[in-house]
Design a protein around this ligand. Structure first.
Ligand code: ADP
Ligand code: MG
Length: 723
């Protein structure tokens, strides 16, 4: 792929393509988790005691002893060899959104010169990739570049097949030699245990005796675009930046919304079924797939599960999706905004917390007692969204997501929480003191009738809310489609831990003088007085909300990554992460550096592509057309007729405009001497982005002027509609 195929060649290739043939899909029971070394396979392969130990680790996160690790390693090796694996790899998740792998062979030679398959507990547990080239945000001096990966026994190992071999993949954490987290998994595991600890306190205060370890769950919905690879081959911007940096709006876009849940094109359905079979083999429970709002856009949602495993599986899903798309002659676009003016892609992260003894604590349940616990956990989320709104905005910040958030199609860049009418009223009543316990002599005889029969699936949804309660979970709807979901999960778990700690302290004091119901209501009343401003059920896209949120509610509207990321440096956020033990101040600071660098890098790549495409693709087309026009004009003049020069002038003017914008962009993009990353981010957001847009205005105008057959870049209507 070079991006050099011409547009007309691309169309020709696609319209004359020979259909690819694919294997028929297999029944679920023949393929489900065949490539995963899950608990069931361990149970079959190891002793009862070893299995008990590993199961406990998986369910509670408790450390595994070395002897059991050896036993598991041996069983894992046997299983992997039986699947044809010759290699193993620790899979880890650096602070970028990628998945990293270091492959090793199982081989060991002995003194007789024979080679044997070797894999011990210690190899399973620890790996040592040369970590020096992974971003670490100045966490490691270059002379201490050592990084370690360590097996995460709570996320199952699996087999990765390639055309001629197989590798055992072992989900792992990645840390520095000095033990600092360099990845996205360590904080997720830590945030889960911080949330568990805090939730245990609250549940104990509520009189619960038997409380199993609490875990967070997630069900991510992934939106994506598929376009024919031939188009991608003609668009360096799609290949190297994942989005179109030029492209005029098509005559028919998504105005009719006729694509949403429409019939899935056959070629895409073949892709989906193949893709999902691959997911099933990997034990990823793909559940729903459908067309999305934009033409060429689709969604896949696996069934929810433990957050740590869900996050790993989500990374794997993206890898498998891109790979499978390639096999089907598609390019899978995960970018948040591949096409300007057309709906972008997000990831909705559905999130809840619970355990085996109390169940889902975000499920309102059927009895008042459950309701009280539910109200506390729900209140804790409200407080979290309010107090840590800027953090939630920061963890979804990326160059790509900036095009989506705040534009009138996706959640606004203001973090608020949607509860649904019924629940919103309950919390409003609590805040106003209308819902009080009878022992307090309040206006209402409690029993909490209002929410006894709480609707589990409220009919109305608020698509404009970035953070919505949806019956038994919250849905963080503003997450970027290309992002790892770990960051958002860490932020949610950690803010919940902090809120539950706050609640536990208040509740403990209140219970000294009040009965349980009165105490809960009084704590929630205080919580709502402090944080109720985050609750919003109206239209999140409206101008009025953008004004009121900021002016009347004191919420923050944070439009770009450059505005959002500095939240990581705020005293409040440092205190949040250090007090809960999720990240040290140093780890947090390094994350800020890495994310800021990623943002600057993304913008820099785009800026260079803009000037490249402008000069080597658009300019030559414009000049060719100008030359045709001027030739024609001269010939016509020979006949004594003056040809209307409107188009010639417009082409010439936009060509000059394009070159002028590109010249400015080129002067700015080479600047790198900034005081700090924040100043650099400001330059990216305030100087480079507007200049790219300026160039685009002229480029897109030229697309609508230059003769169709001369235009080099596949047009929106072609990419979105031709399959
Ligand atoms: P919608 O598009 O209406 O939001 P989907 O069915 O596409 O619904 O996606 C809902 C997602 O939420 C699925 O991944 C589902 O498994 C997940 N989910 C359902 N219940 C929970 C829960 N209690 N905790 C976390 N995720 C959940
Ligand atoms: Mg959804």
């Amino acid at each position: 792929m070079s991006g050099n195929q011409t547009r007309l060649q691309a169309i020709d290739q696609i319209t004359n393509r020979a259909p690819l043939s694919f294997e028929k899909t297999k029944p679920l029971n023949q393929i489900w988790a065949t490539d995963v070394f899950n608990l069931q396979k361990m149970e079959d392969a190891v002793s009862k005691n070893a299995f008990k130990a590993i199961k406990k680790t998986v369910q509670t996160g408790q450390a595994l002893d070395a002897t059991t690790a050896d036993v598991i390693a041996a069983a894992m090796k046997e299983w992997a060899l039986s699947k044809g694996a010759k290699y193993f790899s620790h899979v880890f998740y650096p602070m970028t959104n990628i998945t990293a792998e270091k492959h090793d062979a199982f081989i060991l030679t002995n003194s007789e010169g024979n080679a044997i398959n070797e894999f011990t507990g210690s190899l399973l547990i620890k790996g040592e990739p040369d970590g020096s080239s992974f971003p670490n945000g100045s966490l490691r001096m270059t002379n201490a570049a050592r990084g370690y990966t360590a097996w995460d026994p709570t996320s199952p190992a699996y087999i990765q097949h390639t055309a001629n071999g197989a590798t055992l993949m072992i989900p792992s954490v990645f840390m520095s030699w000095t033990g600092e987290a360099l990845d996205k998994k360590i904080p997720l595991l830590r945030s889960n245990s911080a949330m568990d600890k805090a939730a245990q306190k609250v549940l104990k205060l509520m009189g619960e005796k038997d409380i199993a370890t609490l875990n967070s769950s997630c069900g991510p919905e992934q939106e994506y675009f598929l376009i024919d690879e031939n188009f991608a081959n003609s668009r360096p911007d799609l290949l190297f930046a994942g989005r179109t940096l030029f492209g005029a709006a098509p005559a028919k876009g998504q105005q009719f919304d006729d694509h949403y849940f429409g019939a899935i094109p056959a070629r895409v359905q073949v892709f989906m079924q193949d893709f999902e079979d691959k997911l099933y083999k990997l034990g990823i429970p793909a559940k729903t797939h459908h067309n999305e709002v934009a033409p060429g856009q689709f969604e896949i949602a696996p069934y929810y599960g433990a957050a740590n495993v869900g996050a790993d599986q989500q990374q794997l899903l993206m890898t498998v999706m891109k790979q499978t798309a390639k096999e089907h002659g598609f390019l899978c676009l995960l970018h948040e905004k591949p096409f300007a003016g057309i709906n972008g892609s997000g990831k909705h992260v559905n999130w809840s917390v619970g355990n085996s003894t109390q169940g889902n604590l975000l499920d309102p349940g059927k009895t008042p007692h459950d309701n009280l616990q539910f109200l506390l956990f729900c209140g804790a989320v409200i407080r979290g969204v309010h107090k840590y709104g800027p953090l939630l905005r920061a963890v979804i910040a990326s160059a790509g997501n900036d095009h989506r958030l705040g534009a009138n199609e996706a959640p606004p860049a203001i973090l608020s929480v949607y509860l649904g009418d019924q629940l919103e009223k309950v919390f409003a009543d609590i805040q106003e003191g209308k819902l009080t316990d009878s022992t307090n002599g309040g206006e209402m005889d409690l029993g909490l009738e209002q929410i006894l029969n709480f609707e589990r699936d409220p009919g109305d949804r608020n698509r404009t809310s970035p953070f919505a309660f949806t019956g038994n979970r919250f849905e963080f709807r503003a997450v970027g489609s290309e992002q790892s979901i770990s960051g958002p999960l860490v932020a949610m778990n950690t803010m919940l831990a902090d809120s539950l700690n706050w609640i536990a302290e208040k509740l403990e004091a209140a219970l000294k003088t009040q009965d349980q119901t009165a105490a809960v209501i009084s704590v929630l009343k205080e919580l709502m007085e402090l944080h109720g401003n985050a609750v919003f059920g109206g239209d999140g896209y409206s101008e009025e909300w953008h004004r009121a949120a900021v002016e009347e509610r004191g919420l923050k509207n944070i439009p770009t990554t450059a505005d959002a990321l500095p939240a990581f440096k705020s005293a409040e956020v440092i205190e949040l992460f250090t007090s809960t033990g999720v990240l040290t101040a140093v780890e947090l600071a390094s994350r800020y550096e890495v994310y800021a660098e990623q943002y600057n890098l993304a913008i820099e790549v785009e800026a260079k592509l803009v000037s490249d495409i402008a000069k080597t693709k658009i300019y030559p087309a414009a000049i060719a057309y100008l030359s045709e026009l001027t030739h024609a004009s001269a010939s016509v003049a020979d006949l004594g007729i003056e040809l209307d020069a409107t188009i010639t002038k417009q082409v010439a003017e936009h060509t000059n405009g394009l070159l002028a914008a590109v010249a400015k962009l080129e002067t700015e993009v080479v600047k790198h001497d900034f005081a700090d990353v924040e100043a650099h981010m400001r330059h990216s957001a305030d100087v480079l982005c507007p200049l790219m847009l300026e160039a685009r205005v002229h480029g897109d105008a030229l697309e609508l002027l230059v003769a169709d057959e001369l235009w080099p870049l596949p047009k929106y209507s072609e990419m979105l509609f031709i399959k």
